[in-house]
Design a protein around this ligand. Structure first.
Ligand SMILES: *[C@@H]1O[C@H](CO)[C@@H](O)[C@H](O)[C@H]1NC(C)=O
Ligand SMILES: *[C@@H]1O[C@H](CO)[C@@H](O)[C@H](O)[C@H]1NC(C)=O
Ligand SMILES: *[C@@H]1O[C@H](CO)[C@@H](O)[C@H](O)[C@H]1NC(C)=O
Length: 338
């Protein structure tokens, strides 16, 4: 009898992709971010608190150099930040892009959501807003970002993201002028393959509340003013408490053209399994950009989750983190890219 009960308990837990609520899931092996979000939920915080604290943890730890201050200097050597937070109950969104001099981008995104009627603030004005809201302005430059920048200058500003400009982008630095003769070098795009490890996070609780968020410092050597997919709703992340959530990471310039997070959530709304929804969102992009670097995580309202990634050199397996009531601690998961 006891054995029978035990087997029943195990089998009820094991199949169905180990779904249970609450759930925190985030891109890349950013374990401390998962732990911070999980502990926010455990101590009675809301799903928004969980997403904010999780992403903020990555901003402080400068996860992979691709989140927070001191990473991904742009063409002028400056680090700027993009972040988004979304409330899946109310569909409110707060986001910042090209944020300067403020470390806690996800915090500013939440302030945009909670203290304005707007959705997205950008650039210098977003920084002024942040300062008025009590965020501290400080230099985001570190020795590491200075080094990345000076190495790039030494290497004739290669790789870079210009195309069809004069002077020839393979030979010298800007200022650049439009010119139809130069072709974009493929090497330039691939050289930055590890430069876009954005954190994207989804949190769901037992009462049906859901939230999602992202935070990143964008692409190394980006053209100043460049905004990626992370702060764009439906691209970097999307969540609806009645359908599920998704968050993307990778080549944002390409990915934002397809609103992959929105697509995945809509598929889950129609009953598609989270892994299949993630795969469809990646497939849609692949059709046009077979070589794009990118991955997406998906979770539906019952706590089932999945992920998918485009198989390219340098990304054959995608790692992500999960914490739910079954694991009770952050667990590293992976999916084979296709
Ligand atoms: C994660 O947190 C632990 C404990 O605070 C710390 O020792 C470790 O360095 C952190 N990991 C990263 C990658 O920052
Ligand atoms: C950064 O570099 C300066 C000199 O270039 C040095 O004095 C300082 O100690 C360095 N800081 C860190 C944190 O390594
Ligand atoms: C979530 O996905 C799982 C696995 O495909 C499925 O069994 C479950 O019914 C889905 N939940 C909802 C609410 O659609």
């Amino acid at each position: 009898m006891f054995t029978f009960l035990l087997i029943c308990t195990l089998t009820s837990l094991l199949p169905l992709g180990h779904a249970s609520l609450p759930l925190v899931i985030n891109t890349w092996p950013f374990k401390n971010a998962t732990a911070a979000a999980w502990s926010a939920l455990q101590s009675g915080g809301s799903v928004l608190d969980a997403v904010e604290r999780g992403c903020a943890r990555c901003e402080m730890e400068q996860c992979d150099g691709s989140v927070g201050y001191g990473g991904s200097p742009d063409e002028s050597g400056e680090t700027t930040l993009d972040a988004l937070i979304m409330n899946g109950d109310t569909m409110e969104v707060g986001a910042v892009a090209d944020l300067r001099r403020i470390k806690n981008a996800i915090g500013v995104a939440r302030a945009v959501m909670e203290h304005t009627e707007h959705t997205l603030l950008v650039g210098e004005s977003a920084s002024v807003f942040a300062e008025n809201m009590g965020f501290i302005a400080e230099d985001l430059t570190t020795n590491k970002s200075v080094n990345i920048f000076s190495e790039w200058l030494k290497g004739s500003c290669q790789p870079n993201y210009r195309k069809n400009v004069s002077p020839d982008p393979s030979k010298s630095c800007g200022p650049y002028r439009p010119k139809a003769t130069w072709k974009q070098s493929k090497r330039a795009r691939h050289a930055n393959i590890h430069a876009h490890d954005t954190i994207g996070m989804i949190a769901l609780d037992r009462d049906g509340h859901a939230a999602a968020g992202t935070s990143t410092n964008g692409l190394t050597h980006k053209v100043p003013g460049r905004v990626g997919d992370s702060p764009i709703v439906g691209a970097g992340a999307y969540v609806d408490s009645l359908a599920g959530g998704a968050a993307a990471t990778g080549d944002g310039d390409v990915m934002m053209r397809f609103l992959p997070s929105y697509l995945a959530v809509e598929l889950m709304r129609a009953g598609v399994d989270p892994s299949a929804a993630c795969k469809s969102a990646i497939s849609r992009i692949k059709r046009h950009y077979s070589e794009f670097f990118g991955a997406i995580i998906c979770a539906n309202t019952t706590g089932h989750y999945g992920a998918a990634c485009n198989k390219v050199p340098g990304l054959t397996k995608f790692h992500f983190m999960v914490a739910n009531s079954e694991t009770n601690t952050p667990v590293l998961k992976s999916v084979d890219c296709f």
